[in-house]
Design a protein. Structure first.
Ligand code: SF4
Lengths: 215, 477
């Protein structure tokens, strides 16, 4: 490893300070206490996710199965007047295109000016209503944030209770090949930078749909 | 801005730098505080923002069944991280490097700036996109890059507004807190030629359109980091707008500049720290985009930067390892202590003349930038303890402010006159007889005279009752 002078100096300053004084643990009793710190509900993880996601401003669409998913996306497409819809997930695109929907692919590094992008996801987090994405997904860094409207397709087996379960799911799936970027997204892009007035759709999508396939 | 505010305010721009040029930090602080504390329009805007913040924080806290336990656990985690900071930094470096990332250590602002510049030169960068980061404010990155012909554009809306208006951020979480929507519309009108009187939603759309081009063009994306995670070698960025996501998606190089104290031992700690940061920072349950970066694009990934650097910055932080202020290294920069501070609410973020304002800023700035020039900040507090109460990590902020006063006094930095004043005052207080003999009039005079400059002006002149407490008590018996 390349040694740098700055590195040595910083580490030695820290070590010197730690050598002269050791701070005692602030709350030993709290360290032992395993009481869950978050409020719990009577609901299932799926129901928790749906209600938290809706509270965040997301639009939740329940689908019985993939046929229902295609039907629902079609209805939305017909009624919204969207001109161009793209899909970044090859498997998903297959499902959608087999069924009379003509949605173009998000090709590598060309970013057509579409209004809507459909992606998959890694997990849904029940407690927070966040959706987990990673750079192991196709165009995983760009597709979920670049387009004004984001449609996420998620499956029942992807629901987890809280953040750490989400990390565990990733670990099981990718092992040593962990994604370089992991993102928990909680609803539409927003700001309250001007007089704390809530405005959605700043740099990321203003509308986020989750099509939940219960199969 | 009202007409009265304009007339009494110091020239804005680069801090009204020339206006205050030649004055000591203390006098600048006093001058700015004097202006701001008596500026009602300014107070109204800050109060408005802080009231809205306070209302949402209550809602955010509802997600905790045991908030007190959560805060104690969080403090334990930060204690663990800081008490073993050397090994966690090494662990972070090892893990981050193993995935193709590069770690650069910087002892001070200059080293960090040089590192950024040499990366930009290597990539022949002309355009940098930056997501919100207090560390880059601390090292004055934008001005430095501009000097070298590289445009660094702020992509966070609040920072973008501040950059257009040529002002530093006013608050560590809400940079343009002191501007009303009319103020912002005016800045856009003057700087970008937009229609006057745009609404916040329209202003946001303009920023969106302008910045989308920048993400695609920029060669380098620069972010700060809310946390460093040792066990997986990750940098975390929390943001609501998506600008941090886009700044790290398109540019082919990502540089994260992060203070060494941002360490967490494990990725498992985020389940606690993300909600705490969101709730105390903005009253949300969780921030819209919580992102972890463990390196550049990996084999088989289809987008993202080819290279990623993390610059680990000291810049005075190791001075905070001294026992009496070590807890200040636990700070997660949520801004909560600023929002409750009566002094901050009165004088505002700019008066401090420091990158980190408010109570925690007053604790750390004297150590990071020099006790001599910044010790007065430790007195910018009423020691009401509101900050300590409001801190998600239960940092004993007001205790440390007091500790700083003691340090400054011990090091004899309070100036001859003030020191002498305290000593005489103490002697008079300690000697019951002398005090009883003196009578109220003389006591008031004694204090008024000795502390004329540092105390008398802003406080009501101290009036002592004719009889001392001691005397009154004796009479009662
Ligand atoms: S000291 Fe505590 S309350 Fe203040 S910014 Fe830091 S973490 Fe937040």
């Amino acid at each position: 490893m390349k040694t740098s002078k700055a590195r040595e100096n910083i580490l030695s300053k820290i070590r010197k300070a730690l050598g002269t004084h050791k701070a005692p643990q602030p709350y030993p009793a709290a360290a032992e206490d395993v009481t869950p710190v978050y409020s719990t509900t009577e609901l299932t993880d799926e129901e928790n996710f749906a209600s938290a996601f809706i509270k965040l401003g997301g639009k939740f669409v329940y689908c019985y199965n993939e046929a229902d998913l295609v039907e629902n996306i079609h209805v939305l497409y017909e009624n919204s007047g969207w001109k161009q819809v793209i899909c970044s997930d090859p498997a998903l695109q297959n499902v959608l295109n087999k069924n009379r929907l003509h949605i173009s692919t998000l090709a590598d590094h060309t970013f057509p000016e579409a209004e809507v992008c459909i992606t998959g996801c890694e997990a849904l987090v029940g407690r927070t209503g966040s959706i987990l994405f990673s750079s192991r997904q196709f165009m995983g860094r760009t597709a979920p944030v670049y387009y004004p409207i984001h449609i996420i397709v998620a499956y029942a087996h992807q629901v987890v209770a809280d953040t750490n379960h989400g990390f565990r799911l990733l670990q099981e799936k990718y092992g040593e090949q962990m994604p370089s970027m992991v993102n928990f997204n909680a609803g539409p892009s927003r700001t309250a930078d001007i007089e704390k007035t809530l405005v959605v759709g700043v740099h990321g999508p203003a509308e986020v749909y989750c099509f939940y396939v219960d199969a | 801005m009202t007409a009265t505010e304009k007339s009494c305010e110091a020239p804005s721009g680069v801090w009204g730098f020339y206006y205050f040029y030649g004055m000591s930090n203390l006098s600048v602080f006093l001058a700015k505080s004097e202006v701001k504390a008596h500026d009602l329009e300014h107070k109204r805007k800050i109060q408005f923002n802080i009231d809205k913040y306070a209302a949402t924080v209550v809602r955010g806290k509802e997600q905790f069944a045991h908030l007190e336990l959560a805060r104690k656990k969080a403090k334990n985690v930060k204690w663990q991280a800081i008490e073993h900071l050397d090994s966690y930094l090494e662990e972070f470096e090892k893990n981050f490097t193993a995935r193709g990332g590069k770690v650069i250590w910087a002892e001070n602002a200059d080293e960090a700036l040089e590192a950024v510049l040499s990366i930009c030169r290597e990539k022949e960068a002309k355009q940098v996109v930056k997501s919100k980061s207090m560390v880059t404010e601390e090292i004055h990155l934008n001005a430095f890059l501009a000097k070298h012909g590289i445009e660094s554009v702020e992509t966070d809306l609040g920072e973008y507004i501040q950059q257009l208006d040529d002002e530093p951020p006013y608050h560590i979480v809400t940079p343009a807190m002191h501007k009303s929507k009319e103020d912002v519309a005016r800045v856009f009108h003057e700087k970008l030629g937009t229609e006057p009187n745009l609404t916040p939603a329209e202003i946001t759309q303009i920023a969106r359109i302008n910045l989308r081009k920048k993400y695609r063009e920029a060669e380098v994306g620069i972010t700060g980091g809310n946390f460093l995670v040792a066990d997986i070698g990750a940098v975390c960025v929390s943001e609501n707008e998506g600008n941090g996501r886009l700044s790290t998606a398109f540019p082919q190089t990502h540089i994260a500049i992060v203070g060494i104290e941002k360490m967490l031992p494990s990725v498992a700690d985020l389940e606690l720290f993300w909600p705490l940061l969101a709730t105390y920072g903005t009253g949300q349950e969780v921030t819209v985009y919580n992102t972890l970066f463990t390196g550049p694009r990996q084999e088989g990934e289809t987008d993202g930067p080819e290279e990623m650097y993390v610059i680990l910055l000291d810049n005075g932080r190791t001075n905070l390892m001294r026992p009496e202020v070590r807890e200040s290294m636990y700070c997660i920069r949520c801004g909560s202590c600023l929002n409750v501070c009566p002094v901050y609410k009165n004088i505002g973020g700019h008066a401090y003349g420091a990158t980190y304002s408010g109570p925690i800023g007053s604790v750390i700035t004297p150590h990071m930038k020099g006790m001599e020039e910044h010790k007065h900040l430790s007195y910018a507090s009423s020691l009401c303890g509101g900050c300590t109460e409001a801190c998600p990590v239960k940092i004993n902020i007001h205790g440390m402010l007091l500790a700083n006063r003691i340090t400054a006094t011990k090091e004899g930095l309070n100036g001859y006159k003030e020191n002498t004043g305290w000593k005489l005052w103490k002697r008079a207080m300690l000697s019951r007889k002398l005090m009883n003999a003196a009578g109220g009039g003389i006591k008031s005079m004694l204090v008024g005279r000795l502390f004329k400059d540092s105390w008398g002006k802003r406080h009501e002149e101290l009036k002592f009752p004719k009889k001392s407490f001691n005397e009154l008590w004796k009479e009662r018996k």
